[in-house]
Design a protein around this ligand. Structure first.
Ligand SMILES: *[C@@H]1O[C@H](CO)[C@@H](O)[C@H](O)[C@H]1NC(C)=O
Ligand SMILES: *[C@@H]1O[C@H](CO)[C@@H](O)[C@H](O)[C@H]1NC(C)=O
Ligand SMILES: *[C@@H]1O[C@H](CO)[C@@H](O)[C@H](O)[C@H]1NC(C)=O
Ligand SMILES: *[C@@H]1O[C@H](CO)[C@@H](O)[C@H](O)[C@H]1NC(C)=O
Ligand SMILES: *[C@@H]1O[C@H](CO)[C@@H](O)[C@H](O)[C@H]1NC(C)=O
Ligand SMILES: *[C@@H]1O[C@H](CO)[C@@H](O)[C@H](O)[C@H]1NC(C)=O
Length: 448
């Protein structure tokens, strides 16, 4: 149908544009012969497994279907198999389908199979069988068995003899790394892929697996892995065992040196930078012990550790403070102080004053009770502070309230005083006052 349409269109154009004639003829010839009735599918099959070839026909008018092999020998003619190869078996045969299985597929079975429909003209559809051959188990090889931090290393992974060529990915821990692949085509038309991975080793890589993942249509979860063994120079850390607080004159000092490396350093050593370690200092293994600290011991104490990879150190700066002088221990405050302060946020002035009195009394009461029971120390300074705050707050309130009342009173006096000088009675005085006539009625009410 479409062929005819195309022809028709081409023909029409041909008349319109004669000089483009060649192009349209070419177009109509190159358009594929779409056999609308007959359909089949390409097949990919893993070597040794079974392939299914299906020739399907839509609206079959009793035409014969047959299946040919790549050499155009008939495998099946309707439901009969002229070919001797018993690996071909009929799966389904009907008006509309010829379905054939091919078991134990080998590479030699690859090729273009033909579904043929005996119509006039005969129709053909092609099923390409592709045989997949899985690669051999991936093999990881590492150039260096034991690595040192900071050094570059190289690993290779090989996936032997596959079809098509496999692809190789690398993972170090959960991070993907790029490898350099090389594909070789062997004499038997198989592909061998080798991927080379180079990276700089870090201390964190110790114990981390490097995984070579092989992707191929014939295999799933195909991988090999190798755990990294990384040597690294020691990490050194000085820990103060004693004293917990300041290093004061007369106290004892004990330092421990912690060193971790691969290989583990055999021993650590203590030195004092630009000076000698005090003569009576005792060094036992990783510990440095100095009795009776003296300001003359000030300085940098260094612990060093080394292994095959390198040497590291950590410093402790000793600064000897004066011997402690006896000072009274600081006391703790009681929780009741907070309640007093929070109540002060009440808006009503009287209520605030009242609650301050109550709460304050309560605070004093609970303080004395706490003192009786547990050996709980009450800071008099804190109570004093609270009292001061409360008194200050009360004073502020008094001042605010006082000013408030005073201002109102003052207004009355002012109005009265200003008018009273040159008026006979109170009403006249108000009328004469600065407020003017508009306010007089209102003001009068204050005196009634
Ligand atoms: C089948 O594979 C061939 C190549 O081998 C390709 O040209 C063709 O389009 C494929 N047919 C289908 C239906 O995918
Ligand atoms: C064969 O094909 C027909 C139609 O597609 C279907 O109804 C039938 O179940 C198939 N038989 C087998 C054995 O697959
Ligand atoms: C599959 O085919 C191979 C040769 O291609 C043969 O050696 C093998 O025995 C066959 N296996 C089966 C199960 O038929
Ligand atoms: C690491 O690299 C340094 C130079 O970069 C080299 O001297 C050393 O031998 C290397 N170590 C190993 C274990 O390869
Ligand atoms: C500290 O050491 C110096 C000498 O190094 C000594 O004269 C002094 O008495 C020592 N001080 C104390 C408190 O031991
Ligand atoms: C050691 O440090 C103290 C500070 O506590 C200082 O007073 C003293 O002079 C220092 N001594 C030396 C020898 O550096």
């Amino acid at each position: 149908m479409s062929e005819y349409i195309l022809y028709f269109v081409s023909f029409a154009f041909l008349h319109l544009r004669m000089h483009h004639q060649l192009i349209y003829v070419f177009l109509s010839l190159s358009s594929p012969v779409v056999s609308q009735n007959l359909v089949t599918d390409n097949v990919s099959v893993v070597e040794g497994e079974m392939a299914i070839i299906s020739c399907r026909v839509k609206d079959n008018d009793d035409s014969v279907i047959q299946l040919l092999n790549p050499n155009r020998q008939t495998i099946y003619f309707r439901d009969m198999r002229p070919l001797k190869d018993a690996r071909f078996q009929l799966v389904n045969f009907s008006e509309n389908e010829l379905r054939v299985s091919l078991s134990n597929v080998s590479l030699s079975d690859e090729g273009r199979y033909v579904c043929q429909l005996y119509t006039d003209p005969p129709q053909e559809a092609y099923a390409d069988i592709t045989v997949l051959i899985p690669p051999g188990n991936p093999i990881i090889e590492a150039r260096d068995e034991v690595l040192s931090e900071g050094n570059e290393t190289e690993m290779t992974c090989t996936a032997m003899s596959s079809k098509p060529a496999a692809t190789i990915r690398w993972m170090k821990g959960d991070k993907e790394l790029p490898g350099k692949p090389r594909v070789e085509l062997t004499y038997d038309k198989m592909y061998t892929v080798t991927s080379r991975l180079t990276f700089t080793v870090s201390k964190e890589d110790d114990g981390v697996p490097v995984v070579c993942i092989v992707d191929h249509p014939a295999v799933k979860d195909f991988q090999a892995q190798k755990y990294l063994e990384v040597q690294y120079k020691p990490e050194v850390k000085i820990v103060v065992e004693f004293p917990q607080g300041l290093t004061r004159e007369g106290e004892n000092l004990e330092l421990t040196c912690k060193a971790k490396g691969k290989p583990q350093p055999q021993r650590v050593s203590w030195v004092k930078v630009d000076d000698d370690v005090p003569s009576h200092a005792v060094i036992t293994g990783a510990d440095l012990y100095i009795e009776n600290l003296n300001k003359s011991y000030n300085g940098t104490y260094r612990c060093m550790a080394s292994n095959a990879v390198g040497e590291s150190f950590d410093d402790y700066i000793l600064y000897v403070y004066d011997a402690p002088t006896t000072t009274p221990k600081p006391t703790t405050a009681t929780t009741t102080t907070t309640t007093i302060i929070t109540t002060m946020s009440y808006p009503e002035a009287n209520q605030v004053l009242l609650s301050i009195h109550i709460e304050f009394a309560f605070a004093l009461l609970s303080d004395s009770r706490a003192g009786e029971g547990a050996p709980r120390t009450v800071d008099h300074a804190v109570i004093g502070g609270v009292v001061a705050v409360v008194v200050f707050a009360m004073l502020c309130l008094l001042i605010v309230l006082g000013r408030y009342f005073a201002r109102h009173k003052g207004t009355y006096f002012t109005h009265e005083a200003k008018g009273a000088d040159d008026a006979a009675d109170a009403d006249t005085a108000i009328i004469n006052a600065e407020g003017g006539h508009t306010n007089s009625d209102e003001k009068k009410e204050y005196y009634i």
